[in-house]
Design a protein around this ligand. Structure first.
Ligand code: ADP
Length: 706
């Protein structure tokens, strides 16, 4: 550092108090300089703003040579300050200072001979705004000029190079490179324009390595890179263009990308949306011009073909994707509806169930309590017992329906064709439902049946259990929904199909409800004030069973007139004559063996048998049952309970079958599911009576086998 001495500020040099105030009240940095010996300038006074600007203290600044204040600074504004001579009493100039990174407006004014003030006003913001405005004005001008040339030139190359020139000239970019790409994204052509200051050699640049092109290929339309080293790592321009940013825009029209415009410009502090928008508009105009120039970039027929092939492939993929999405959304919608529906059904079901269980229980408990009154007349006792019985039966029906339905829903119930005697079925049902009508006090309803098969005596191969159940469900409904008139049921034959029907003169069903009544938990009247009970399961079960039999249920009805339900099932005849009852021998004196560990159940059966004039043996376990069958020759029928202590009813049956294949064995059990029956028949039982055993059912079985 050159040795320069500070000067002592003598009285002569010191500014007046007024001038000192003026300097110190300024918010801009201000210094008062004294010119001594020609060129040497010394600081006489400086305000706080100036001291802060140079990051030093006032004591250092005052009396200091100007060159020492701005040590080693050779910026032009400093040179200009030094040249301010007395010839100009005041003046100003603008200058950019690198060391302060600020645009200053420097104002000066002589206060007396050899002394002058310098004020540093920061006008950076203003300058930036001015520059931005200029850039935008230029961009609008470029847009205007480019619009004009797109109308002027039909030659694509000429058009693009003029556009590049316009952008460089008007907008002041260092360079404009327009890259035209083929359908594979490879560079086909490059059209460039450079500013005069541009000295970069572009020929050796590997353009295909530009990361921005990859980004554009992914569908980005505009990249505005303020910090290329971070935003575009791997760009071949990075090293040379350390202090530059770039705007890269795709040349896109109608979704076809023709290439890109790469504009290199100086680093800008802020992004301007206006500039971006204008740039996009210019790119759009050029892309449109390329599109209509007719000179397709896709050179060669093959390229073009490959391009369109690719497009149509993409199109097909998109259509496929669309379809998949469509399917998915439909599936989701269906799943949602199903979930909502099952939620609704669940609450419906719980409501119905609660009602269906409470109502008969109410009857049972209520009348059982009344029965405890000792002074009741015998006729009342009979009446109450009848009500209890009826309520119990209703409860049982509901329970059976729910269990059967859940079984039908969850498992695959198989078809078990066995020999069915239609006439016998009708007779049994007639007996059962005549009693049912009586029990329900429906004396105004008459029951009829007709079995009009071609060959009445033929046995039919059908799943008789399922058919029986369907008919019972239909007859239950007929009884329930008919207050007076008649119920007809029966069997008809139509070619290879059998029609089992139930016809009533009841309340009827509106025709818009024909479908819904076969759905689970659905009823024509689902209001809380509905006059009939029921869980809405009967027809759903009947339909499911008919489906399993490869059949269907048809309904015809008229409101207030009645309904006709027809079960149509395919069948085949066995060609056998039905077994003659007395072929089993003389049954009048034979006994029934009751195998039952529960005393009440056994007593009930004994009572029924006695009422029929039958005698019985009673054993309590499987072992005894086997022994009885071996030793007692007068046993004509076995009523076998299944759940027994020790040897089960099933095992006992299998044992008995080893030495007696003819003896009829009837399983009687509380395992009342459809599948159970099949299991017991497989073990060797001839028939099956679910518990609680209905009086009629027991009688029918005795009649059938003895
Ligand atoms: P529910 O237990 O309610 O009787 P079902 O599934 O057996 O259930 O019947 C469904 C609905 O169909 C009944 O609630 C009733 O509205 C109607 N329905 C069934 N059978 C008859 C019939 N024979 N006469 C009039 N309506 C009937």
């Amino acid at each position: 550092m050159l040795e320069r001495k500070n000067i002592e500020i003598d009285k002569e040099m010191k500014p007046s108090a007024l001038l000192e105030d003026v300097i110190n009240y300024q918010t801009d940095p201000v210094i008062l300089l004294e010119r001594l010996d020609g060129d040497d300038l010394f600081v006489i006074e400086a305000n706080t703003a100036f001291v802060e600007l140079i990051h030093n203290s006032k004591s250092f600044v005052i009396g200091q040579h100007l060159d020492d204040v701005f040590y080693q600074c050779d910026e032009t504004w400093l040179k200009k300050i030094k040249k301010i001579d007395q010839g100009h009493s005041s003046g100003k100039f603008e200058a950019y200072s690198k060391i302060f990174n600020t645009h200053f407006e420097l104002r000066y004014a002589y206060t007396k001979d050899n002394q002058f003030l310098v004020q540093f006003r920061d006008i950076s913001d203003f300058k930036k705004e001015q520059k931005r405005n200029l850039r935008l004005t230029n961009l609008y001008r470029s847009l205007r000029d480019i619009s004009r040339i797109t109308r002027m030139y039909t030659d694509r190359k000429k058009l693009l190079s003029s556009a590049a020139d316009i952008l460089v000239k008007n907008q002041g970019y260092y360079s404009i490179n327009i890259l035209l790409l083929d359908s594979w994204g490879k560079i086909k052509e490059r059209i460039s324009a450079f500013s005069e200051s541009e000295d970069l050699e572009f020929e050796n640049v590997d353009w295909s390595k530009l990361p921005c092109l990859k980004k554009l290929a992914k569908g980005v339309n505009l990249l505005y890179t303020l910090n290329p080293s971070e935003e575009c790592p791997g760009c071949p321009f990075l090293e040379t263009y350390q202090n530059r940013s770039a705007i890269v825009t795709s040349l896109k029209y109608r979704n076809i990308n023709y290439g890109a415009i790469i504009a290199s410009c100086e680093i800008k502090e802020t992004e301007s949306t206006e500039e971006k928008d204008l740039f996009l508009e210019i790119a759009g105009k050029l892309a449109h011009a390329i599109y209509i120039s007719n000179e397709n970039i896709l050179t060669g027929e093959e390229d073009r073909k490959a391009y369109y092939d690719r497009l149509s492939k993409q199109n097909a993929q998109l259509l496929d994707l669309n379809q998949q999405l469509e399917n998915l959304s439909q599936e989701l919608l269906a799943a949602k509806q199903k979930a909502e529906e099952s939620e609704k059904l669940k609450s419906n079901f719980l409501g119905l169930m609660s009602h269906e269980i409470r109502t008969p229980l109410n009857g049972i408990i209520g009348f059982a309590q009344l029965l405890s009154n000792n002074s009741l007349e015998p006729s009342k006792i009979k009446e109450y017992l009848g009500i209890i019985c009826e309520s119990g039966n209703n409860l049982l029906k509901t329970l059976n329906n729910v269990l059967d339905f859940s079984k039908l829903e969850s498992t695959k119930v198989e078809l078990h064709a066995d020999n069915l005697e239609p006439e016998l079925l009708c007779r049994e049902l007639f007996a059962e439902y005549s009693l049912e009508l009586k029990n329900k006090n429906k004396s105004g309803v008459e029951l009829f049946y007709e079995c009009s098969l071609d060959e009445l005596n033929q046995e039919i191969q059908l799943d008789s259990v399922k058919l029986h159940q369907i008919m019972r469900l239909l007859l239950d409904n007929a009884v329930k929904y008919t207050e007076e008139g008649r119920i007809d049921f029966g069997i008809k034959q139509k070619e290879e199909e059998l029609i089992f029907y139930v016809k009533d003169t009841g309340i009827g069903i509106p025709d818009d409800k024909y479908e819904i009544i076969f759905e689970r938990f659905s009823q024509v009247d689902s209001s809380s004030t509905r006059p009939y009970g029921g869980a809405g399961l009967g027809l759903a079960i009947a339909k499911a069973l008919a489906d399993r039999m490869n059949g269907e249920i048809l309904v015809e009805s008229e409101v207030h007139a009645g309904s006709l339900f027809q079960v149509v099932v395919p069948f085949s005849s066995t060609g056998n004559e039905p077994a003659q009852k007395d072929s089993r021998g003389n049954h009048s004196d034979v006994k029934v063996l009751i195998v039952e560990d529960d005393i009440y159940s056994a007593e009930y059966i004994i009572e029924v048998l006695e009422s029929m004039g039958r005698e019985a043996y009673w054993v309590k376990n499987g072992k005894e049952a086997i022994a009885y069958c071996k030793t007692k020759t007068d046993i004509g029928l076995v009523l076998m309970d299944i759940q027994l202590p020790g040897v089960s009813g099933e095992q006992a049956t299998m044992e008995i079958r080893k030495f007696n294949t003819k003896l009829p064995i009837i399983a009687q059990t509380a395992n009342a599911m459809i599948k159970d029956r099949e299991k017991y028949l497989a073990a060797g039982c001839d028939d099956y009576l679910p518990k609680p055993i209905a009086f009629v059912d027991l009688k029918n079985v005795i009649h059938k086998y003895l």
